[in-house]
Design a binder for this molecule. Structure first.
Ligand SMILES: Cc1cc2nc3c(=O)[nH]c(=O)nc-3n(C[C@H](O)[C@H](O)[C@H](O)COP(=O)(O)O)c2cc1C
Ligand SMILES: Nc1ncnc2c1ncn2[C@@H]1O[C@H](COP(=O)(O)OP(=O)(O)O)[C@@H](O)[C@H]1O
Length: 296
């Protein structure tokens, strides 16, 4: 899939799905179905118009592109969102962007989509526009709950990664570069590849998770991962994501890995002794191995 910034986009007959699509969840996928172009914003519009209210995000632009590409979309067009863009009228968004820059013949949006200065543009205005056909997609509900990025953020922050992944369609992932820790993992018999939580993004709540980890060579490994502050040791290093890759040995420092969260196993805690922690870690690893085997 091609990724284009709006100023470089060329007008042609397009079926355009428009939205922030953070997470590319099941509801987003209903809006995107049938489109050949996805139009999105980067950074999140709130970071420009209401910085105090920016939510932690589920997906980087890179991950969003990967997920959208996986849906068979031809082109992801990214609006570099800034103060200038935020000040455009709703009519200018339609005339200059949808029709002018892209050449949209079909437009699809979620029911709650708003656009233009102060989000004054409505879906009814899009539907009334004779230059393109508009499809307004009702908000998807699963189990009496609207599927929304904010609901999924809450689930992941609360550790409910398994349920979140039913709404996301694919497991929640974090990508990052392996950093140095306190070199204690190896003395416990469980060396852990550490990621520093990425600023501005959702991180699963503190606890131990069954995961899969992808290495730069493309191989996937079952892993038991701790997210938290290691109360057993009072490290002062702050929050970390630490993955022990099962049946693996090798140097991972500086490598870019992906941690895919499958299931929360338990909370992070302080045990009576380090031996008791290590015993529990063995049990965590056994469960993580089983969970990963069922899911791969
Ligand atoms: C599967 C697993 C479970 C863990 N559970 C706990 C825990 O309950 N409490 C805790 O303080 N640390 C826990 N840890 C974190 C270890 O204490 C940590 O990996 C160790 O301190 C190594 O730190 P280092 O990477 O800085 O060397 C866990 C780590 C793993 C891999
Ligand atoms: N099975 C494994 N899982 C995770 N890391 C491993 C594994 N085997 C070797 N390593 C290496 O060991 C490092 C972690 O060792 P550890 O003692 O926990 O040090 P640190 O405190 O720097 O994380 C990883 O960054 C990686 O390079």
């Amino acid at each position: 899939m091609k990724v284009t910034h709006l100023p470089d986009a060329e007008p042609r007959e397009r079926r355009v799905a428009v939205g922030m699509f953070d997470g590319v969840h099941r509801g987003h996928r209903e809006v995107i179905a049938g489109a050949d172009t996805v139009l999105t914003f980067d950074p999140h519009p709130s970071s420009v118009v209401a910085p105090h209210a920016v939510p932690p995000l589920l997906t980087t632009l890179e991950r969003k592109a990967e997920l959208v590409g996986g849906l068979g979309i031809q082109e992801l067009v990214v609006i570099p969102f800034d103060r200038d863009f935020a000040s455009r009228s709703a009519a200018s968004f339609v005339d200059d962007v949808l029709v002018g820059a892209l050449g949209a013949t079909h437009v699809s949006v979620g029911e709650n989509f708003a656009y233009g200065h102060k989000a004054q543009g409505t879906t009814a205005q899009l539907e009334a526009d004779p230059r393109f056909e508009t499809r307004v997609v009702p908000l998807l509900e699963v189990g009496d709950e609207i599927v929304s990025s904010s609901h999924i953020r809450g689930l992941i922050l609360g550790g409910a990664v398994r349920y979140a992944d039913q709404l996301l369609v694919e497991p929640f992932v974090l990508d990052g570069e392996v950093s140095h820790g306190e070199k204690r993992g190896r003395t416990l018999g469980f060396p852990t590849a550490n990621l520093v939580p990425p600023d501005g993004y959702v991180v699963p709540g503190h606890g131990v998770y069954a995961c899969r980890v992808r290495l730069p060579d493309g191989s996937w490994h079952a892993a038991a991962t701790n997210v938290g502050v290691r109360p057993q040791f009072e490290t002062g290093l702050g929050e970390l994501i630490e993955a022990y890759l099962i049946d693996f040995s090798g140097d991972l420092y500086g490598q870019r890995i992906r941690v895919e969260f499958l299931e929360r196993l338990r909370g992070e805690k302080r045990f009576d002794s380090v031996e008791a922690l290590v015993e529990q870690m063995h049990a965590d690893v056994d469960r993580a191995r089983d969970v990963a085997a069922q899911r791969s």
